[in-house]
Design a protein around this ligand. Sequence first.
Ligand SMILES: [Zn+2]
Length: 274
Amino acid sequence: MVAGEVPSSFDAYKRKKFFKDARHYYWDEPYLYKRGPYSIYRRCIAEEDVQGVLENCHGSAYGRHFATFKTANKVLQSGLWWPTLFKDAASFIAKCDPCQRKGGITKRDEMPLNPILEVEIFDVWGIYFMGPFKPSSNGHNYILVVVDNVSKWIEAIPCPACDAKVVIKLFRTIIFTRYGIRRVVISDGGSHFINKVFEKLMKNYGVKHKVATDVLAFCMSFGAYGMKGERKDLVHGRSSTGYAKEEGGSHLEDQLDHPVEFLNSTGQASTRSS
Ligand SMILES: [Zn+2]
C-alpha cells in the first residue's frame, strides 16, 4: 500500500477486497492507522509489539487483570488496534499467571452465609435425674440436675422420686422464677420429662423441649467440672433450692441432701480421668 503496488499473487477477487479494505486504512509515515467506528483512527501495531501492549493493558497496575472484553477495550482506548485483538487478549489472559491462580471468582464460589445462632446465658438448660442412690435420712435418693448450656451454672435438688412433679416444681419455683423464661430445655427423654403436664407447662411458657440422648454425658461432665472447684463460683444448689435442709451428717447418703457436696464426692473419679 505504501509502495502503491498490489501483491502479484492476488487474484481478481482478492484485489477487489484489498482495495475495499484499504479505504479504512490511512498511512502516515511511519505508522499505519485504521479508521474505526465514529471515524476514530487507531494506530496499527506490529505483531511483535502485541504482547507488550497486552501486558500493559492487562497485567500492569493500569490493566488490573480485567477479563477479555475490558482488556481489549483498554487497548482500543489507548488508540491501538490490530486485526486479532480480541483473540490475542483472550489467549493472553488464559496464560496470565495471577489470573489462573485467582481464577474467575464469582458469586457462585462464595461460601454460603450461615446465620449464627446466638444463645444467651440461661437460654438452654440440660436436665437430668441422677440416681437412684442409697436413700438419705430425709428419704432423698435422686438428684435432679439442671445445667445451663452456656455458663455451666448448676442447679441441683435432692428429691425422693424421679417424677414429673419434682421436675415441674423445679421449673416453677427455681428456673422460671429465678432465671426467667428460657428458650430450650434438653432432656434425655425419660418418662418424667415426656408427659402431658410437663409438656403443657413448657407450652404455656413458650419453651422448646428437646430430647438428646447425650444429655447425661453433658450433665455429668459439666456437673463434675463445675464441682471440681474451678467453677465453684458458678455452683449453686444446696440450700438455695429450698428442698435440702441443713443437717450434720458425714455419711455419703446423708450428703444427698446437699447435692453439690454429694456430686463433688461422686464426680471426682470422672473429673480426674478427663
Ligand atoms: Zn491477569
